[in-house]
Design a binder for this molecule. Sequence first.
Ligand SMILES: Cc1cn([C@H]2C[C@H](O)[C@@H](COP(=O)(O)OP(=O)(O)OP(=O)(O)O)O2)c(=O)[nH]c1=O
Length: 206
Amino acid sequence: MPVSPHSGHALARPDQPRLILGSASPRRLELLAQIGIRPSDIRPADIDETPHDRETPRDYVRRMAAEKAEAVTLKPGEVVLCADTTVAVGRRILGKPDDAAEAAAFMRLMAGRRHRVLTAIAIRSTTACRVRLVETVVRMSLIDPAALQRYIISEDWRGKAGGYAIQGPAAAFIPWIQGSYSAVVGLPLAETAAMLASAGITGETA
Ligand SMILES: Cc1cn([C@H]2C[C@H](O)[C@@H](COP(=O)(O)OP(=O)(O)OP(=O)(O)O)O2)c(=O)[nH]c1=O
């Protein structure tokens, strides 16, 4: 395998399609690195993330991932990976909070009950697009008002679906999950590795 003289990392294999990460999320790049995959390029997709009227959370998150993938311009031999993560409380979609008040309202809604974290991944080449949805159930404990205030002041909720990050201080409020931890963080690694492998892309380690 060719090795970059500068980084010492393995370069993209010449026999594989070139992987483009269609995401601005540093978490998704780190998660891919965890399974030994380094994209050849990063091309974030900027789309309108407004849910349609009466759209279910599952339909919404699948549509978001597919639209992100469609929005990325591809050259022959390139494959793009996009994902979308959203929190669902019943049929209600909780996106990224606009401000501290909305983040606190989301946390109060989730505290003491279960919610679903839905992550869809979309893999598109110039000829085909495949989408897969991964659903994880997350239980949040009751949160006392002082702890909630400290969390909101931490700003950790910014840019996170539902207004929390399981990989950050909000982990103190999450005693139990059922499903995929990496999907909650933003990219379900087992499913991503399997889909990339079927597109001809394998990592250095998995
Ligand atoms: C629930 C949860 C979400 N998140 C993050 C993952 C996603 O980055 C974000 C949801 O927003 P997304 O719209 O899925 O992604 P993004 O806008 O950050 O990046 P891009 O569209 O360019 O790929 O919330 C966590 O980091 N931890 C969590 O526990």
